[in-house]
Design a binder for this molecule. Sequence first.
Ligand code: URA
Length: 487
Amino acid sequence: MSSARSLRNVKLGTYYVVQLPEPDDFDFWRERARIMVQCDVPPDRIAWIEPGGSGDLFAHGDRRLPVPADPARPVRASRRFLALAKNAALHSDPDRWALLYRLLWRHQNNGRIMEDKADCDVARLEALDKAVRRDSHKMHAFVRFRMVEVDDAAGTPQEHYVAWFEPEHHIVRANAGFFMRRFANMRWSILTPRGSLHWDGEVMREGPPALRADAPAGDPVEDLWRRYYASIFNPARLKVGAMLKEMPRRYWKNLPEAALIPELVAGAQGREAQMVEAGALAFEARPDSLEEIGKAIHACRKCPIGLLDNTAVMGEGPRDAPLMIVGEQPGDKEDLAGRPFVGPAGQLLDLHLEKAGIPRDRTYVTNAVKHFKYVHRGKFRLHQSPAAKEIDTCRWWLEGERALVRPRLVLALGASAARALLGKTVSISRARGRPQPLDDGSELWVTAHPSYLLRLEGEAREAQTRLFDADLSAVRARLEELCAPGS
Ligand code: URA
């Protein structure tokens, strides 16, 4: 067919009906949409119908595909559009296919359309994508398996796990890989009103939509779920609004642990007090290995920082390191990585240690405070300095590390670290550049924190960086003296 013919189709008002074979078949839509664009068929000339959709209304439409004059004619679509479109195609809104085509059509004249946040089509596509991602997230989080016994081909009973889930959108097939990877060694079925998945440990099969009654009602695995949930429930972090947002009530009926929620919420205050008490117990006997400290700090609730949503970060390095470097507290990156000084301040520190000739891998690096203290600002967690009381409380763990590593020299980075080692607040400018004896016979040197340098600009930064380098060089020289044979 020539392009004149395809244009004539439009002029004469040819109406096309495209029937999708499956409600989640994005590839099929993509292929058909490409042809429609190549044939210049405008959006209002196509009805996209999915299985079970109202096809009869469009019975007069042409179900034959137009043929592009130039099948190699390029069709423009930005990467962002394709990524969002692929996910949004799983939404249950029957108008989504038309929306996708409208945007693809508009792309041909405006390749940057996706950057226009005020555009209604773009906004709608983003909303669909978000809703689908949320539904997938809920599926990952709220699928609960119940065990049944099924005879295999030889008649031997095998454990098979069956879950019932009610997705809002057509996400079941798209999420099969997630469950296959996560429960690779189990035999399981996920039944939903939109279709089912069956995994036998080797092969994934798809099945028809199921009914709630097809799934088993309850079993001992639910007790495990309930015990697990009760054990991870942190009463100090209870925010009922946030909890309802994360676990909306519509999912509760299929979650065995949901029955516990009212009870746990009601008892939250008492349990919080118990947790603080349990944290306090961890202080009675000092652990006698770094591994034990590494474990114990996770249970520490002696100050409120440990009640935030964070992970305790243990010091790291050789247990006979002659130099111990002490920072303030883990930052966002350290909290996520579970390791000290791996974020921007850590990178700057590494650079200057190398410049001074101090090998980090022969240094024990730790922090005055073991948990990340922060406040939420939108999506971000903003660092907050620990209070003097919090530094003094966490000192217990730092002293434990010092007693086990027994460094010859300790370098405090910043005022919080200096306080943790001296038990009082000192000014960095007055304390730097000279050693101070510590009670175990080691020497303390104090310098600025690399985060402080990161906050400075221009000449101030250069001047402070010179001082920092000079402090590190002095530490290196003193270490050489201390570690020289016979000293
Ligand atoms: N700042 C610190 O004081 N410690 C870290 O581990 C990271 C940043």
